[in-house]
Design a protein around this ligand. Sequence first.
Ligand code: PLP
Length: 390
Amino acid sequence: MITEPTSKYLSNTVQSIQPSGIRRFFDLASSMENVISLGVGEPDFVTPWNVIEASYHSLEQGYTAYTANAGLFELRKEISRYMKRRFGVSYSAEEEIVVTVGASQAIDIALRAVINPGEEVIVVEPSFVSYAPTVTLAGGVPVPVNTYSEDDFKLQPEQIEAAITDKTKVLMLCSPNNPTGTVLSKGDLERIAEVVEKHDLLVISDEIYAELTYDEPYTSFPAVKNMRDRTILISGFSKAFAMTGWRLGFACGPKPILQAMLKIHQYTMMCAPTMAQHAALEALVNGQKDVVKMKESYRQRRSLVIHALEEMGLSCHVPGGAFYVFPSIEKTGLSSEEFAEQLLMKEQVAVVPGSVFGESGEGHVRCSYATSVQKLEEAMRRIDRFLQTL
Ligand SMILES: Cc1ncc(COP(=O)(O)O)c(C=O)c1O
């Protein structure tokens, strides 16, 4: 019997990837008292009550068995209606939608369904921490393309072209972006689409924050001309519907790819949790007013944080979506890791060092404003005090 696992049993692939930099930081913060966390990437709202009730009813009615592998048909039909209504894209509930265990699993099976060993995936950085490791776990090679604060962290089409090799297969997009909050406009997406078409790429478009945009109408990448059949759309219930713990997401896309993803899902997951699927159905049918309410609250908190940071002299582009701000801390002369560590130690405010999101995140920190106004105000006072000690 193996009593103490040793590294010789581990796969080379797993050994080649690092644990999430965000987790490391939070383990440290959770061991301290009086910490205000601007670190977590999740809503501070509890899931709306009608959605919680729908899961109770699901259990009361005895829905305790597996659903179809692709997910409850009623839910897939509702996702299909939702995608059409909100984003103007049509997907068949029968063949082009898979309900997953969070957007996280959708990203994983999307990559595993399309990547052959050694094929390259362009990852736009700063990026959500899971993308590059998930590409590696799928046998692919993540190729970072940096974005910069001067461009409001918007991906420039020439940068994609410069990164393309004969091994490039996939471009991973995320708008609104985590950690920068940057939203790509219709025009930005159209310019990106030209490059995608020219180089025959597939796009995985993570739109989990699509409902949380504040300034302009949102354009979904598959709604851009000729992009529907080159795009795997990833979304989920975690952010807009305040359902991170329910672990429910979905993927939509062209039938051959979605059916390939379904095979992996079938053999590894069987299906997403049944009561969570009933809850998600309720969220789609009756949840839009709550989404609007929560979004309004995030919008107000975004203003509060941006104004406070500006007053402290920390420059910050105005993020069009999600619930993150990504101010520059370059003028302090500290690295993002030093800044985050010292701020935590001296003032008990937890933010995430930009460097965990890739090389171009250095010089910035990610602050989530999905926390109460009172805590945000206190956190801003503490950051201000911290800056004055430098
Ligand atoms: C960009 C992005 N995609 C996906 C996820 C994961 O979402 P889920 O909770 O649905 O797995 C997150 C969570 O932080 C995220 O920020």
